[in-house]
Design a protein around this ligand. Structure first.
Ligand code: URA
Length: 187
């Protein structure tokens, strides 16, 4: 019998499959509606996420909440938010390939159990992982893709931290990606 999302989260809470386990305060598994049509996948927890145990609760998360509300009419309770790696990389460094590989089964179980219609990948790490490509986000974004092994559609967009750094054009492009995601949910 397959596990529930809460059971998988409880199992992940004790994960020691990679070295990120040593530096974390807690595992940031994900949050939101376990039967949501829409899932966001970011990169990995930052300092604030590690402290609170919740994804996207810092500055990037505030921007994500605002754009989600303005372009999709949704709050984070209507979707599910997760990351490629569930533990904070020290000093906010990029997750290493072996850490991404070790954490991947947790994300795969999340996608399988939530079974969203649309997965919005935020930035390079989640987009490259879920689309199994080395193409960068600037070229990937702007269209949707079928997700291998599932009925979901992937809509890649910028990571909100990149929008905070990049400014107007990237924000406008992220807004148009979120509209694409909203239309894909509506079918
Ligand atoms: N950045 C991410 O990629 N994920 C978070 O949860 C927070 C910031």
């Amino acid at each position: 019998m397959s596990l529930t999302l809460a059971e998988v989260a409880a199992e992940a809470a004790g994960c020691t499959k990679c070295e990120l386990a040593q530096g974390r305060t807690q595992v940031v598994f994900g949050m939101g509606d376990p039967s949501a049509d829409l899932m966001f996948v970011g990169e990995g927890p930052g300092a604030e996420e590690d402290r609170q145990g919740l994804p996207f609760v810092g500055r990037s998360g505030k921007l994500l909440d605002r754009l989600m509300a303005e372009e999709m009419g949704l709050t984070r309770d209507h979707c599910y938010i997760a990351n490629v790696v569930k533990c904070r990389p020290p000093d906010n460094r990029d997750p290493k390939p072996e850490e991404i590989a070790a954490c991947r089964p947790w994300l795969e179980q999340q996608v399988e159990l939530i079974a969203p219609a649309v997965v919005v990948t935020l930035g390079n790490f989640s987009s490259k992982l879920l689309l199994d490509t080395s193409t960068g986000i600037t070229r990937l974004r702007g269209q949707s893709y079928p997700m291998a092994g599932s009925d979901a559609v992937i809509v890649p967009t910028y990571h909100p931290a990149a929008v905070l750094r990049g400014g107007g054009l990237q924000e406008a492009q992220m807004r148009s990606d979120l509209i694409r995601a909203r239309m894909a949910i509506a079918g």
